[in-house]
Structure formats: structure tokens, C-alpha cells
Design a binder for this molecule. Structure first.
Ligand SMILES: [Zn+2]
Length: 110
């Protein structure tokens, strides 16, 4: 079946809007990744591992503003020797997933 030529109906306008929304959401996700905690290189600094999960869960989903749930909390060592925590989060509302990174500073016994 051939596609109908695009017409400027309400419906196609809504589709165009949702494409724009999708772009805006992707931009928000990219912004989140550029902020502190969005990557291992820009990990959020915390004084104790005990606050990592609470802090991560306090961040709203950059896509929809919904609350996160914790998937995984992993300790990793970077090539530079820095010890970081990779906290995998999933949004309870829209289901998107992301990592928030932390570096534990201060207490060397951690
Ligand atoms: Zn979300």
C-alpha cells in the first residue's frame, strides 16, 4: 500500500510534536550525561559510600522527572586508579535506564 501524502491535519501535527518531544528528551538525557555524575570522568564526589545510593535515588529522571529505582551498585576502578561507584538506575515512570557515577573521597578506608 502506498503511503498517503503528508497533510497538515491535527493528527500529523501531533506526530510532529511528539518527534520534537523525543528530540527534547534525548537532549535532556545528553545534558544529564554531561552533568556531574553523568560519567565516570565527571563522577560526583561523596565522602562515604553509604550516601551513594541515597544521593543517586534523589536525582529525578532527566526524561520525565519521575523517581528512579536502583538496579545495580557496582564498585569499579578506572584506568587512572580512581575508585568509582557505578549506580545503575531505572526510572519507575518511563523505564529509561542510566548510570550515575560517584567517587568516594575523604575516607581512604572505604
Ligand atoms: Zn523517566
Amino acid at each position: 500500500m502506498k503511503r498517503k501524502p503528508r497533510v497538515s491535519s491535527d493528527r500529523s501535527q501531533r506526530r510532529a510534536l511528539s518527534r520534537v518531544d523525543e528530540k527534547a528528551l534525548d537532549a535532556r538525557e545528553r545534558l544529564f550525561a554531561l552533568e556531574r555524575g553523568g560519567s565516570a570522568e565527571r563522577a560526583l564526589e561523596v565522602v562515604s559510600a553509604s550516601v551513594v545510593e541515597t544521593h543517586a535515588l534523589s536525582l529525578p529522571c532527566p526524561r520525565c522527572g519521575g523517581p528512579h529505582q536502583l538496579i545495580e551498585h557496582a564498585a569499579r576502578t578506572l584506568g587512572s586508579g580512581a575508585r568509582v561507584r557505578d549506580v545503575r538506575l531505572r526510572c519507575r515512570q518511563c523505564g529509561s535506564e542510566r548510570s550515575v557515577w560517584f567517587r568516594i573521597v575523604g575516607d581512604t578506608l572505604q
